[in-house]
Design a protein around this ligand. Structure first.
Ligand code: 5RP
Length: 251
């Protein structure tokens, strides 16, 4: 079971009166300050929290406080942000092993298992984050859940070919009993297309997923599923910002 270590209350990490963006910034900056060193290959996550880590990395590189860094972005969005900050980029083809990856999450349970992908980047996120020696997850306390699948969608990336068939197969999996499956759509009502040209099926549960390992296996075994948003046994550290301050949970 994961254990928590409270780091700081007050001063720069005080979270009383902090806005949601302040909390995201605190954990994003802290992840870079504490876990990124010169010479590292770094995985860059996607989302509003990860964007603060990318911002901090850009600042430190520009100031000369970090040197000789190469980064693998997990989405086109993150790649564009990194390029705008002159952060040197690489790919898993060139650098198959990362020292560290930093990313947000949609849900974190007490064993540090995650739901990710509400931002649509789950495939590249998982590909990059499984290659990192340390995967640092950055969240505000609202992401901590008693069980996975309770706070919103658990996304599944599927091939466009016969996606409705794949969606029906997913909804009928016994390991996902009770879920409602919905194709993700954009603001205009068109099917949402990922950076990889695939679609996303969002799964909604009335109760926490009974056995996330079984659910992950059943999804992996479903032909037409490209990847799912259950990130199990992957997080090394979760940095949490909440009302009482910023603290870490370690596996
Ligand atoms: C994107 C993700 C994000 O990390 C997750 O959705 C959290 O995003 P945010 O920090 O904006 O709440 O998995 O695919």
């Amino acid at each position: 079971r994961a254990h928590s270590r409270r780091l700081a209350v007050g001063g720069v990490f005080s979270t009383s009166m902090a806005s949601a963006d302040d909390l995201k910034k605190q954990v994003g900056y802290k992840a870079v300050d504490d876990y990124v060193r010169s010479g590292m290959v770094v995985g860059l996550g996607t989302g509003s929290t990860a964007a603060f880590a990318v911002e901090r990395l850009g600042q430190k590189l520009a100031a000369g406080a970090l040197r000789d860094i190469r980064c693998v972005p997990t989405s086109v969005r993150t790649e564009e942000q990194a390029r705008s900050l002159n952060i040197p980029l690489t790919t898993l083809d060139e650098d198959a092993e990362l020292d560290v990856a930093i990313d947000g999450a949609d849900e974190v349970d007490s064993a540090l298992n995650l739901v990710k992908g509400r931002g649509g980047a789950l495939l590249r996120e998982k590909m990059v984050e499984v290659c990192a020696k340390q995967f640092i997850v950055i969240v505000d306390e609202s992401k901590l859940v008693p069980g996975l699948g309770v706070s919103g969608a658990m996304p599944v990336e599927v091939t466009p070919f016969c996606w409705q068939h794949t969606m029906r197969k997913i909804a009928a999996l016994p390991a996902l009993a009770g879920c409602r499956a919905e194709a993700r759509r954009d603001a205009a009502g068109a099917l949402y297309v990922t950076d990889n040209g695939n679609y996303i099926v969002d799964l909604y549960f009335e109760k926490p997923i009974a056995d996330a390992y079984q659910a992950a296996q059943a999804l992996r075994d479903t032909v037409g599923v490209v990847e799912h948003g259950l990130f199990l046994d992957m997080a090394s550290v979760v940095i949490v910002a909440g009302a009482q301050g910023v603290y870490e949970k370690h596996r």
